[in-house]
Design a protein around this ligand. Sequence first.
Ligand code: SF4
Length: 289
Amino acid sequence: MRYEGSVYRPPSEADSLILQATIGCAHNKCTFCSMYKDKSFRVRSESDIFEDLRVARKQYPHVEKFFIADGNALVMSTERLTRLFDEIKRLFPECKRVGIYASPSDILRKSKEDLMKFKSQGLGILYMGIESGSDEVLKAVEKGVSRADIIEAGIKVKEADIVLSVMIISGLGGKDKWREHAVASAEVINAIKPKYLGLLTLLLEPDAPLYRQVSSGKFQLLTPEMALEETHLFIESLHVEDCVFRGNHASNYISLRGVLPDDKERLLARLKREIECMDDQLKYKPRAL
Ligand code: SF4
């Protein structure tokens, strides 16, 4: 396998073989994201991708899962994706699941029939960054899609019977919009009802445009106490069924994990306890940039 630059994958794809079918992110404008700022987007040539697969076949006797990178590999044309999934199936008949990152726009450009075909070819899970359910926040961070687009895309994936994993970023509304961000994000999750829901906390690197807005005072990061209050309001506003919630990313102030709605009260009680016991030094001080 050949890789270009830093390669990112969801935590649950730690055991998967990563195939970099595209380089970078086709959107690459979100102000909080610096993952692909050093890459110009392109789809790799089919001959290079297939050569990587043939080499991997010789190296790895058993590949249970594949993950297709980079940032929004579902942007590839339906024809290219169909040929790619076929080739994975042909060379790795033992592969049980293929996963991929997708933006809401990529999903909306595919028909439900396209997605159902991908599912029949082995596409088992799709990871979509929602980031926020608030149109104001989505616009401010230049996500390039609306709340309605996100809901439509999420429902389409579910109707195609592909497992959907989505992600919300705590703190993305800043001090001005944290309540709206929490409630609107929960509303979007309630409308989609994904199988997996991840919660990360906003963590900015210097080449993220939002970093400069923080430095200039235009955007104010949440204090740890506010971040936990926001998470409390978010979870309290969730009404989902059999949803695996993971708020245990390294960026989060506390590690939360459970299945909703069964663990909702336990998670809320834990958040309340943490807020009450938080050391004053930590409580009011946003994480240093
Ligand atoms: S958050 Fe996702 S869509 Fe936005 S720039 Fe980063 S990789 Fe691209």
